[in-house]
Every structure is written in structure tokens, then in C-alpha cells.
Design a protein around this ligand. Structure first.
Ligand SMILES: N[C@@H](CCC(=O)N[C@@H](CS)C(=O)NCC(=O)O)C(=O)O
Length: 204
């Protein structure tokens, strides 16, 4: 069975679990004790020498980094190529938002949540993190004014990747309600078949 190695609260692990659920692919989550530093030693380092979660194993294939996992899953388990189109323009548009997710979204919304979990590791002041969230969500809100999804006219792995950290902002003390179009996008994502919360439960 496909295995996802990740601590439960990992937002990057959550991205992968969302797509697995949406694609209806059975998997086993192998828990990693992040607070005990299990991801910084063997055998985890053999899966990802960078010592970061998630890492994934599918048969004899090993892949680490949430976005690489999303690309692999979409290509392998979505024969219709909806989640990751295979035409040049569509694939590039998805890649554009995956990059934003790995950079701007990671440096703002992801950090907002991560600081709650690991205040020892994230030293950035709250005001700076909030300003980064305002910056990226302001741009996203404008982008979503005339559209429902980030990259294309239907949901893709770009939405999966950005949804995970941004959907957790509200419970982390950042009010996403002030961004109308981002709120509509979050609500729309929650209604998609197979969409799950971080505990693996369907949204009510
Ligand atoms: N670019 C990586 C980032 C992975 C990452 O930052 N993972 C976090 C958990 S969400 C982690 O392993 N943090 C522990 C650490 O870096 O020591 C990805 O997208 O998977």
C-alpha cells in the first residue's frame, strides 16, 4: 500500500492526504515523531535527506517534497489529467501556483500555523508574518475576483497546495474573512468530492 511518512499536523503532509482522498487512493500514514526529531535521523533521512516531511513510498518508488508528491499522484492516479493538465499552457499555469505556494504562501500562511506548533523554531515576529499573509492573500483575492480556481477553470493541484495552509489561517488567528474572493475559493474547495480536513474528516 502507498505510504505517506509525516507527522499528523504537517501542513505539507495534509496537502498530499487531500489529493489522495480526492483521487480515492488508499494509503497508510506512517507517523513521524517531529518533536522527537525522528525526521532528522535514519531511517527517515534515507527517504528525504533534507529531513522534512512529507515523504512518500509507492511500491519501490520513493519521493519527497509535497509538490513532487502531488505531481506524482496526479500523473499516476488521474488518467483524465484534470488535476495536472499535460498541455504546455495548463501545466505551466499549475507550476506557477505551485511555486507561489512553495515560496510566498510558505513564508506567510504556512509560517503562521507553524509558529503555533513550533514557536521555538519560527522566530519571525507575528506582525511580519501577518504582513506577509496580507501581501499574498491580497494578490490572490484580486486574482480570484473573476475566477473560481487559481490556475485553470477547474480545480488542480495548485488549489490543493494553497488550500492546505490558507484554510488553517483562521484557527491560527489570522482572519481570512476580510478577503471575500479567497473566502469563496476556500468554501468552494471544501465542497469538492473527497475534500478532507486535517483530521481526515469530510467537511460538514
Ligand atoms: N518544500 C517542502 C517543505 C517541507 C516542510 O517544510 N515540512 C515541514 C512540515 S510541514 C517539516 O518537515 N518541518 C520540520 C523541519 O523542517 O525540521 C515540501 O513542500 O514538502
Amino acid at each position: 500500500m502507498l505510504r505517506v511518512h509525516s507527522t499528523m499536523p504537517s501542513i505539507n503532509g495534509y496537502k498530499v492526504r487531500i489529493l489522495l482522498s480526492m483521487l480515492n487512493v488508499p494509503f497508510e500514514r506512517v507517523d513521524i515523531d517531529m518533536y522527537g526529531g525522528e525526521h532528522k535521523r535514519e531511517p527517515f533521512l534515507s527517504l528525504n535527506p533534507f529531513g522534512q516531511m512529507p515523504a512518500m513510498q509507492d511500491g519501490g518508488f520513493t519521493i519527497a517534497d509535497s509538490h513532487a508528491c502531488l505531481v506524482y499522484l496526479a500523473r499516476k492516479y488521474d488518467p483524465a489529467n484534470r488535476w495536472l493538465p499535460n498541455d504546455a499552457e495548463g501545466e505551466a499555469k499549475v507550476a506557477e501556483w505551485l511555486s507561489k505556494s512553495a515560496n510566498e504562501v510558505h513564508q506567510g500562511p504556512w509560517m503562521k500555523r507553524a509558529k503555533i506548533r513550533r514557536p521555538d523554531a519560527i522566530k519571525l515576529p507575528d506582525e511580519e508574518i501577518d504582513a506577509r499573509c496580507d501581501h499574498v492573500l491580497g494578490i490572490m483575492d484580486g486574482h480570484l475576483r473573476e475566477r473560481d480556481w487559481l490556475a485553470l477553470d477547474h480545480p488542480t493541484i495548485a488549489d490543493v497546495s494553497c488550500f492546505a495552509p490558507i484554510s488553517l489561517l483562521k484557527i491560527s488567528g489570522y482572519d481570512t474573512d476580510k478577503w471575500d474572493n479567497v473566502t469563496r475559493w476556500l468554501d468552494g474547495f471544501r465542497t469538492l468530492p473527497g475534500a478532507i480536513d486535517p483530521d481526515g474528516k469530510p467537511f460538514a
